[in-house]
Design a protein around this ligand. Structure first.
Ligand code: GLN
Length: 233
């Protein structure tokens, strides 16, 4: 049984990222893989899972999410044990060492990613993003909506290279270490990028590659969004 948990949609549910957990469960089910998707609110103990999805939100709830996750301890334990974590925008920042808060202060993160998110004099990053690179799940499309810019330590790989949009702010998007995946892309990112969803499922199942899904409508959505973003550049 593959267990997928969306982490704290009550705090980090602003941008519809709970769809990522739904997509993972659906794509597992289409292949006959038994799975469950739970949405764990911040007033309960985080369930043990194989894949955790953390979404975007505002600075205040983001700080609260760090507090709760530190107290709870499950996410850090499971990440150390090899669970897959998909962290989007505020989720990416929460997994980092620290992030900027809109009142001018800084807040601590969980420290699973060797990165810091800083305030920027640039306008808020809002709009469509295309991320490319050599990995098999790329290119990715999605939308972003964030104030912070993310500075990775040199040794921490990004998820990919930004072709259009802002992402981390240095021409890259997100972070990737082991089974921890971070990105600025909403969409939900897994609804718009089925190859990324399948890559995460394969990681969690220790499967090299998953069988393709016949007649997959999300492939059409991916190509359509990519075409729109490319034409707009
Ligand atoms: N509060 C963070 C920022 O503005 C993250 C926003 C988000 O999750 N979309 O940088």
């Amino acid at each position: 049984m593959l267990r997928v948990v969306t982490v704290y949609p009550d705090l980090l549910g602003t941008y519809g990222d709970r769809g990522n957990g739904i997509v993972l469960q659906r794509r597992a089910a289409l292949r006959g893989i038994e799975s469950a998707h739970d949405e764990a609110t911040s007033d309960e103990r985080l369930p043990v899972a194989d894949i955790y999805c953390i979404g975007g939100g505002e600075d205040g709830p983001q700080q609260l999410a760090v507090e709760r996750l530190e107290q709870d301890g499950t996410l850090k334990e499971r990440a150390a044990d090899g669970a897959v974590v998909l962290a989007v925008c505020a989720g990416l920042q929460v997994l980092g060492r620290s992030f900027a808060v809109s009142d001018g202060t800084r807040a601590g993160g969980l420290g699973l990613f060797e990165l810091d998110t800083v305030a920027s004099a640039q306008p808020r990053a809002v709009g469509e993003v295309v991320v490319d690179g050599a990995a098999g799940y790329l290119p990715l499309t999605g939308f972003e909506n964030h104030a912070g810019r993310t500075v990775r330590d040199e040794a921490l790989a990004p998820l990919g290279r930004v072709i259009s949009g802002v992402g981390n702010g240095d021409g890259t998007d997100g972070a990737l270490v082991g089974r921890l995946v971070g990105t600025y892309l909403h969409g939900p990112v897994l609804a718009r990028n089925p190859l990324l969803a399948d890559w995460l499922l394969a990681l969690a199942l220790d499967a090299g590659e998953l069988a393709p899904i016949d007649d997959d409508p999300s492939r059409g959505l991916h190509d359509e969004r990519l075409g729109v973003a490319r034409r707009a550049r």
